[in-house]
Design a protein around this ligand. Structure first.
Ligand code: SDX
Length: 437
């Protein structure tokens, strides 16, 4: 970690049981909260910190993404995400996240070429899909097929070699849309569509998803622009659950394909990336704006597991800046597709209005997050609900591989191995079966 370390800044910790005082270094980053460096705490005090869910724990130093949850700020390598969504494109943002700077025209051209020429899958991989039922959830297929990439690319799994790491990173970014589209085609019983090298990243995804051998598929510029911006908004997000999963898996030296497969598994959960699918299912269950008060009441009840999906966030205690851009894209896509009547959007807008005026949501600082509007957009784009989180994984792969590379290159990095507060049985003698009456 090469954050600015000011030796004068310390935290004094007093153990009131013994009166012992400990000086813990405080380290400042370039932005955001300072950290108390507790790496020596156990050694000096024989105590662990205790932080289930890591609500107050920084796991690493990172230069990639910065979030200010109180002010709804999200920066990729210092650039506000809304400026990137409005002015850049996904391949350019991939370059930015991987290398730390926006590419020059020549760098951009070469990067797009290199990614394009990694979009095809080894033909053997197409047989993996046949091992699944046609109605398998596409996220299960993604976990399996992406993990299986480890079996194909032994020429890029020496994680100590920066060249291997970058080839593996390019392969993962490039092949995710191909695998995602194949998972969809397999579920539809339609033939796989191969990537076309003269299409952009977003155009290729739509072509592989909706093209057929029977006629030329004309990619809609409206849809590809919407997909491109949505990919940008989902590309990275600091140390969220799936990124932390990728970092922890990678800290053992596991190959990048297996690490990304672990990230996909974590993203699948409805509390995380699976929320976009859960939001649409929730809006369909609500069915009519007149039912909203009942669901808002349920979301507030402690004994009711129901939560308003697409609301709330561990970090954002203000609007998720991505949600605002997603809402804009949602209205643009519906207008461009001349979808005048989208009842789910009417319910979503009314649900947001009611929730944001409700004391419970105000007090707990629960705002719409990135997943709240994405499902309505994906539905309008013709993407099936079960594929919403797959699209999130396609976008987040660049964030995962950028964070994975940063972790491997971090000289202070060790294998991740948290400890615990043990609350189980104290040591006891074995009881033979005949005595366990
Ligand atoms: C993503 O981490 C990331 O950055 C993730 C992500 C990314 O880009 O990688 O941003 C993507 O995962 C967005 C979040 C998508 N998930 C959802 O929309 C699911 C619904 N949201 C919740 O499950 C919840 O808000 C979380 C999981 C997102 C955050 O949970 P936290 O930080 O652990 O907060 P919490 O559960 O402790 O909630 C604080 C309080 C609780 O009440 P009390 O126990 O204090 O009384 O707020 C309540 C919660 O019950 N609460 C909700 C709620 N979310 C939190 N109540 C009703 N509806 C909700 N959605």
């Amino acid at each position: 970690m090469n954050a600015k370390k000011d030796a004068k800044q310390t935290f004094t910790l007093t153990d009131n049981r013994s009166g012992q005082k400990y000086e813990l270094p405080v380290v400042s980053g370039s932005m955001g909260p300072d950290v108390i460096d507790v790496r020596r705490l156990y050694n000096d005090t024989n105590c662990f910190t205790y932080d289930p869910g890591f609500t107050s724990t920084g796991s690493c130093g990172s230069k990639i993404t910065y979030i200010d949850g109180d002010n709804g700020v999200l920066l990729y390598r210092g650039y506000p995400v809304d400026q990137l969504a409005d002015n850049s494109d996904f391949p350019e943002v991939c370059y930015l996240l991987l290398y730390g700077e926006l590419p020059t025209p020549d760098q951009k051209k070469k990067f797009e070429h290199d990614i394009t020429y990694h979009t095809m899958l080894n033909e053997q991989l197409t047989y993996f899909f046949r091992g699944f039922r046609r109605d398998a959830h596409p996220m299960a297929v993604m976990c399996g097929v992406v993990g299986a990439l480890s079996a194909f690319y032994h020429d890029s799994t020496d994680i100590s070699d920066p060249k291997h790491r970058m080839i593996a990173s390019y392969r993962l970014i490039a092949k995710m849309p191909t695998i995602a589209a194949m998972a969809y085609k397999f579920s539809m019983g339609q033939p796989f569509q191969y990537p076309l090298n003269d299409l952009t990243f977003a155009e290729n995804f739509l072509h592989m998803m909706f093209g057929t051998p029977c006629e030329e598929y004309k990619v809609s510029p409206v849809l590809s622009k919407a997909i491109d911006r949505i990919l940008i908004l989902h590309a990275d997000h600091e140390q969220n659950a799936s990124t932390s999963t990728v970092r922890l898996a990678g800290s053992s030296g596991a190959n990048p394909f297996a690490c990304i497969s672990a990230g996909i598994a974590s993203l699948w959960g409805p509390a995380h990336g699976g929320a976009n699918e859960a939001v649409l299912n929730m809006l369909e269950e609500i069915g009519d704006a007149k039912n909203i008060p009942e669901y808002v009441d349920r979301a507030k009840k402690k004994d009711d597991p129901f939560r308003l999906m697409g609301f709330g966030h561990r970090v954002y205690k203000n609007f998720d800046p991505r949600a605002k851009v997603m809402e804009k894209i949602c209205h643009e896509v519906l207008n461009d597709l001349k979808i005048e009547d989208e009842p789910l959007l009417d319910i979503a807008v009314e649900l947001e209005r009611i929730a944001l005026e409700d004391d419970y949501f105000i007090e707990k600082k629960l705002y719409p997050n990135v997943d709240f509007y994405s499902g309505i957009i994906f539905k309008a784009l013709g993407i099936p609900t079960s594929l919403f989180t797959v699209l999130f994984a396609v976008a987040r792969t660049v964030g995962w591989v950028a964070q994975w590379n940063e972790m491997i290159e971090d000289p202070s990095q060790k294998i991740g191995r948290p400890r615990q507060l043990y609350i189980g049985e104290t040591a006891r003698k074995f009881k033979p079966l005949h005595k366990r009456i």
